[in-house]
Ligand binder design. Structure first.
Ligand SMILES: Cc1cc2nc3c(=O)[nH]c(=O)nc-3n(C[C@H](O)[C@H](O)[C@H](O)COP(=O)(O)O)c2cc1C
Length: 234
């Protein structure tokens, strides 16, 4: 019951944040329209169009998204990732570089070998993904996790879901009132419900909608994503 109330409170706070950001974006747009009329000063182009010229024109939610991004940029951000062949690491590095945030790599206590990663019934990864109760151990810890307000969390899709070591990570810290921004890479699968399934391991966090990247995604794709962040529907 207490958890439910805290969670409702946390979501209510997030909703209030987004509504007030949207409102202030609207008011800022009105004010800038007035200023333009009065001074005939050209209004600056939207940030997304300037930074991401190769990507589609901004959607109507962009004003809120950009304010959400600015809020995130003003927060203490940590970019966390787990990666065995480097694709998720590449997206995580681009994210950290754009946000000027520190990176933390989730390192398995028992490294994954080629056999572990092989597509065989008996492979370690298959056994782990088939058992939701398994928690592969992590080497080391994030120092001063309490200081971070926003945690970007990257993982590869394994059998349609996040690797079990991501559950280990989420259960290792208190994410109350932190914002978690999930992202993943996969060969071809969509993110599916892999991000939503992670909510249960940090129920008191505010979760943003997850994003899937194809292997080899460049920093332009990451930049576009960062300008279109939205709250998770759950
Ligand atoms: C055990 C295992 C399971 C995988 N399952 C999927 C899958 O269900 N769908 C998919 O599109 N790719 C799957 N892949 C491919 C990875 O998601 C993809 O190569 C990812 O970008 C790897 O990220 P990394 O280089 O950061 O480890 C799987 C890879 C491994 C090793």
């Amino acid at each position: 019951m207490l958890h439910l109330r805290s969670r409702l409170f946390s979501w209510f706070s997030m909703l209030t944040l987004v509504i007030s950001l949207g409102l202030s974006a609207f008011m800022a747009a009105e004010a800038s329209a007035d200023a333009t009329e009065a001074n005939a000063t050209p209004v600056a182009a939207p940030i997304a169009n300037v930074i991401s010229p190769n990507y589609p024109i901004a959607s109507p939610t962009t004003a809120v998204s950009e304010h959400l991004l600015k809020k995130i940029q003003a927060s203490k951000v940590l970019v966390v990732y787990f990666s065995t062949s480097g694709h998720t690491k590449q997206v995580a590095e681009a994210t950290a570089q754009i946000l000027q945030a520190p990176l933390y790599a989730i390192t398995p206590a028992q490294p994954y070998t080629e056999e572990d990663l092989a597509d065989a019934d008996t492979a370690r990864t298959r056994v782990e993904q088939d058992n939701p109760n398994l928690r592969p151990a992590i080497l080391g810890k994030v120092e001063q996790m309490a200081d971070y307000e926003v945690v970007f969390l990257g993982y590869p899709i394994w059998k349609g879901q996040a690797p079990r070591i991501i559950s280990t990570f989420l259960e290792s810290y208190d994410f109350t009132n932190k914002i978690i921004v999930p992202f993943c890479t996969s060969y071809s699968s969509p993110i599916g419900d892999s991000d939503l399934k992670l909510h249960a391991f940090a129920p008191l966090a505010g979760w943003l909608e997850g994003m899937r990247f194809a292997p080899g995604s460049d920093s332009g794709a990451v930049d576009y994503w960062l300008h279109h962040l939205t709250l998770s529907p759950n």
